[in-house]
Design a protein. Structure first.
Length: 229
């Protein structure tokens, strides 16, 4: 018995070729790589290093905080499997292709947003002990100091956990200067802050302050104006 003839492709599927599939698979990752290379080239041309982000230390408050990333992955996989089963492979391919493109474009947009958030913020060399504090500086206590080896995500350095007056949770700061390895728990750092263009705080200057120095409240920064791109 002869096999029934396959239905001819109609619409956009009729003109779809393997070349279009190759563009769909490799063009979105190439865009992300190109954006990252361009932003890195722009950063390397700066006369100073980018400012250092001051990030809050996230402490899990329960089992949900520990397992929610794995739960989200499982839910996405289950939802994708149900959608694929309901629509069928042929009808689900366009949706999967759209999600693939949006995934890589979202990553490129995140890289661009992070770059623009730090635009114009440069890290100055650590001030000498005799220099006066910069405007908007704050005295922060070092809670822990640990060497962080280099990885694919960072150059490594000295990872500090700081208690900053005016900020509720402890914050972490990564210093890659060699002299930062001498910082010990209990030391006091004099930090100069600057707000990001969109969000967050960044350290633009730091030095080790004398012990038993009085703590200063953190400066309240006004909202950064949206500069034209």
């Amino acid at each position: 018995m002869s096999r029934p003839a396959a239905h001819p492709q109609t619409g956009w599927r009729a003109g779809w070729t393997s070349l279009h599939t190759a563009w769909l698979l490799f063009a979105p990752p190439a865009v992300l790589v190109g954006v990252r290379w361009t932003l890195q080239l722009s950063t390397d041309r700066l006369t100073g290093a980018p400012a250092l982000p001051l990030l809050p230390v996230s402490v899990p408050s329960g089992w949900l905080d520990l397992f929610w990333p794995a739960a989200v992955v499982v839910l996405v996989l289950v939802a994708g499997g149900l959608l694929l089963h309901r629509l069928g492979g042929r009808r689900a391919v366009p949706l999967l292709g759209l999600l693939w493109v949006l995934l890589w474009l979202g990553g490129s947009a995140a890289l661009l947003q992070r770059h623009l958030n730090q635009q114009g913020l440069l890290l100055h060399e650590a001030a000498a002990p005799g220099n006066a504090p910069s405007p908007g500086s704050v005295l922060a206590q070092v809670l822990s100091s640990q060497f962080k080896p280099p990885s694919l995500r960072s150059m490594g350095g000295t990872a500090l956990v700081l208690q900053v007056p005016g900020l509720q949770a402890p914050h972490r700061l990564l210093l890659d200067e060699p002299q930062a390895a001498q910082i010990k728990p209990g030391d006091t750092l004099l930090l100069a802050f600057s707000p990001g263009r969109f969000r967050g705080l960044f350290v633009t200057n730091w030095r080790v302050a004398p012990h038993m120095a009085p703590a200063q409240p953190v400066t309240t920064f006004p909202a950064a104006p949206a500069a034209p791109l």
